[in-house]
Design a protein around this ligand. Structure first.
Ligand SMILES: [Zn+2]
Length: 251
C-alpha cells in the first residue's frame, strides 16, 4: 500500500474567464502548483517534476519552492528518485526534470511527438512550453532517461499510468492503491475540482471530446469521489490533511 503526498511549489492568480472554457465570470481564482510523491513501494515515485526558478520568476509565481526542496522535506534526496511519471510536457510539469538527476521519466509517446512536432510554430502552443526543457528530451532519451509509454501501463503493482489526452495530446493520469482506496492524481486532466465534478473544460485543449471523456475515466478509476486529486486546486489543502505548510497527505 502506498502513501501519497501533494507538494506545493508555488501559486499564481488568474480569473475564471481566462482559465475555463467559454466562462463569462471575471471571478479571481488562484492556481496552486504541485508535484506529487508516492512512497511505500520499493522506491519513491515522483509524479511530475515542477519547474525551476527561471520559470517561476518569468511567469510571476508567488512563494516558489523548488520541487527538489519539497521532496527533501519528506526525507527523500532528489537523486534517490529513480522513476518520475510525467503527466504532460507543459512547463510547470516538465521543466523541473533537471532537479532529479537520476530519474527515468515516463512520458506518453504521443506527448513527446506533439511537443517536438509541427505545433511548435504556432504561438498558442508556445505559451505553455519551455523550449529549452523540451529540447533536453532528445539528450535524456539517448541517455536512457526517458521511457516512452503508450496508453495504460503498470509502473509498479497497484500503481499505473493511463493516457487520457484532452488538455494535451498525450496527457496521462496516475492511479495509486492506498489504504483509503484507489487515489487518482489527475494532474491537468482536471486542474480544479469543478472540472471533473461539473464537466467544465479549460481553455487549453488539444481535444475537447477527450477532455470530457477524461472526466469519466477519472471518476471510474477513483475508489471514491474523495480520492480524486486535481492538478492545481487550492481546495486540495482543505479536503486533505496538511502535514506542514506546502505538504498535503492524500493517503
Ligand atoms: Zn499545469
Amino acid at each position: 500500500m502506498y502513501e501519497v503526498y501533494a507538494l506545493k511549489c508555488g501559486e499564481r492568480d488568474t480569473t475564471a474567464c481566462e482559465f475555463f472554457y467559454r466562462e463569462p465570470s471575471h471571478q479571481p481564482i488562484t492556481l496552486h502548483f504541485f508535484v506529487w510523491l508516492v512512497l511505500g513501494g520499493p522506491h519513491p515515485v515522483l509524479v511530475d517534476t515542477g519547474f525551476g526558478e527561471d520559470d517561476a520568476s518569468a511567469r510571476g509565481i508567488r512563494g516558489y519552492v523548488s520541487p527538489a526542496a519539497m521532496v527533501a522535506r519528506l526525507g527523500i534526496r532528489p537523486e534517490e528518485v529513480p522513476v518520475a511519471l510525467v503527466s504532460h510536457l507543459h512547463w510547470d510539469h516538465w521543466a523541473g526534470y533537471r532537479h532529479f538527476p537520476a530519474s527515468e521519466f515516463w512520458i506518453q509517446r504521443e506527448e513527446v511527438a506533439f511537443w517536438t512536432g509541427p505545433v511548435a510554430r504556432y504561438d498558442v502552443y508556445k505559451a505553455p512550453a519551455n523550449p529549452a526543457a523540451l529540447g533536453q528530451l532528445v539528450s535524456l532519451n539517448y541517455g536512457n532517461r526517458v521511457r516512452l509509454v503508450e496508453g495504460e501501463c503498470a509502473v509498479l503493482p497497484g500503481l499505473r499510468v493511463h493516457r487520457v489526452g484532452g488538455h494535451t495530446a498525450g496527457l496521462q493520469i496516475v492511479s495509486v492503491e492506498t489504504a483509503r482506496g484507489r487515489v487518482v492524481l489527475t494532474s491537468d486532466a482536471s486542474h480544479f475540482y469543478r472540472n471533473v465534478e461539473r464537466y467544465q473544460p479549460v481553455q487549453l485543449i488539444t481535444s475537447l471530446p477527450e477532455m470530457l471523456a477524461a472526466f469519466d475515466t477519472i471518476r471510474a478509476l477513483a475508489g471514491s469521489p474523495d480520492l480524486v486529486v486535481p492538478g492545481h486546486d487550492p481546495a486540495v489543502a482543505e479536503r486533505f490533511p496538511l502535514v506542514e505548510p506546502g505538504i498535503i497527505r492524500i493517503a
